[in-house]
Design a protein around this ligand. Structure first.
Ligand SMILES: [Fe+2]
Length: 244
């Protein structure tokens, strides 16, 4: 993304955060977020931030249309960032005695919902690239060891994602305990989680992710998504989290 495109994206993100009832996240904070660190999924050391897209809004056409990408990133993802920061602020206020302890359940649920949404959406954007890409050697070895082949992995992730009940995600993750890859379904963001699994690649199948173009044909969206899957990023992230 060029400098002007990046500046436009930042302006759009700030507007999106404001429209989503955000916390007035400063452009400096947004600018501080870069994609070079695969372990950083949108945290500037002080608060969650909405990262700019690593490509233009229309770069994933025709598989993923610019209108959906724009709304999805600038409005929906921005809303999760705002919600997660609001939860952190409220929980700090509870700890400080400025809010009643009776609110703890509400704000912990808010943190889980919005925090998970922010992390998974950040991975979702990074998990796509124009033209797609292939896994590099380490991830390829892990895929073959865990699933038998890339095609078997792809088929299982496709089937799991299409079969997500209502809203949720298909997730390819790394499980440090077994040093293997694992495919999971996440209903909503916070259910059916296996604690300790580190997501490497995720597919959003909330209706807002695909409905403008694909309507109720979720399977068609997931099939098209594979044309823009960024295995190269997943490879980098796998190496990074495994070495961490
Ligand atoms: Fe989404």
């Amino acid at each position: 993304m060029g400098r002007i495109d990046r500046r436009d994206a930042l302006r759009n993100m700030a507007a999106g955060a404001a429209a989503a009832g955000g916390l007035g996240i400063a452009a400096d904070a947004l600018r501080a977020q870069e994609w070079e660190d695969p372990c950083n999924l949108g945290w500037n050391g002080r608060e969650f931030v909405l990262p700019d897209l690593p490509y233009a809004y229309d770069a994933l056409e025709p598989h993923y249309d610019a209108e959906t990408v724009t709304l999805h990133h600038d409005k929906h993802h921005a809303g999760y960032v705002a919600g997660a920061n609001a939860a952190l602020t409220a929980l700090a206020a509870i700890r400080g005695g400025d809010r009643p302890a009776s609110e703890i359940k509400h704000w912990e649920r808010e943190l889980a919902f919005h925090g998970s949404g922010h992390v998974l959406h950040t991975l979702f954007w990074l998990g796509m690239t124009p033209g797609g890409s292939d896994p590099t050697a380490d991830l390829l070895r892990a895929i073959n060891a865990s699933f038998g082949s890339v095609e078997a992995c792809r088929q299982q992730l496709t089937a799991a994602t299409v079969a997500v009940e209502a809203s949720g995600w298909g997730i390819l993750g790394y499980f440090p305990m077994t040093d293997t890859l694992m495919i999971l379904q996440a209903e909503k963001h916070q259910d059916l989680a296996v604690q300790g699994v580190i997501p490497l690649m995720v597919i959003d199948v909330w209706e807002h992710a695909y409905y403008l173009k694909y309507k109720n044909a979720r399977a068609d969206f997931v099939a098209a998504w594979w044309n823009i899957a960024n295995w190269e990023y997943a490879s980098q992230r796998y190496a990074s989290v495994r070495n961490a």
